[in-house]
Design a protein around this ligand. Sequence first.
Ligand code: PHE
Length: 343
Amino acid sequence: MEQLLRQIDDHKKEISSFNATDEKQVEDFRIKYLGSKGIVKAIMGEMKNVATENKKEAGQLLNEFKVFVEGKYNELKESAVGSQESSASTIDLSLPGDNLPIGSRHPVVLMRNRIVSIFQRLGFAVAEGPEIEDDWHNFGALNLPEHHPARDMQDTFYVQQNPDWVLRTHTSNVQIREMEKGKLPIRMVMPGRVYRNETVSARSHCFFHQVEGLYIDENVSFADLKQTLYFFVKEMYGKDVKVRFRPSYFPFTEPSAEMDVSCFICGGSGCNICKKTGWVEILGCGMVHPNVLTNCNIDPAKYTGFAFGMGIERPAMLKYEINDIRLFSENDVRFLKQFTSAI
Ligand code: PHE
């Protein structure tokens, strides 16, 4: 029995310090210890020489030894495979990387960011609102009661499940939602997508994008409106561009105006873009109608404000010389990948 113990101890020491660097050495280990003529088998054979009263203890020791050897064998196997794998997949970090295609921003997004960032510099915050809107926020609160003929200015998509819902026809709904919050003053721009039931052609689409602007405070005047928009035009189209306001009508502003800029393609001398007039219309604007303020619980005796709304597609088409509005929504990668500007 003692001899057996010593033998096992000696083997354990030898096994513990055994190291294999390749699979061949691991296999040698297996044959030496676990093979059919291996050491584990041989020691098992010694059992017959052990005295009967020690057999139980010896059996346990031998079993432990076998488990120990097998554990070591598995360990060697794993480390040998691992070291071979890592040497096979040595990565050359100095190789040049694969070039991934760089995406580009959508031209509508580029133009929206340009417009919004100019107003942000003037201290305007950015707000957004829902595209599916109720009648009140899209029309009613904007001084367009039911049956008002001005509703025909914007052909509307109605939502079948609920006759009170429309796809918003303009971003002016966000004006109402911001005013309703009751936090004054308001100085915000509100970009977003709008929908109108129009025949799709190269020049018009059933959905497009607008940026709305709203400034409400005490003593806001038409002069503020003009100066703000002058600044915008100079930043957007350059110092030499001329501006003109034409009287117009929107139910939610009074007085109302449309703003034209001198054609930045021909410089005002007349071309196809400005239809030979020398002017390009870019936005609608006006002083917020007192009824609209009242509808939003703002006292029109104390507060005044101005609002404006402009399309995004048209300036984008002019800037990037795009001649068909449908290209914006067709997702043709050949078209989209041409826009690489950083903003
Ligand atoms: N909502 C108007 C339109 O879509 C634009 C506008 C906004 C006009 C704000 C005046 C004030 O045509």
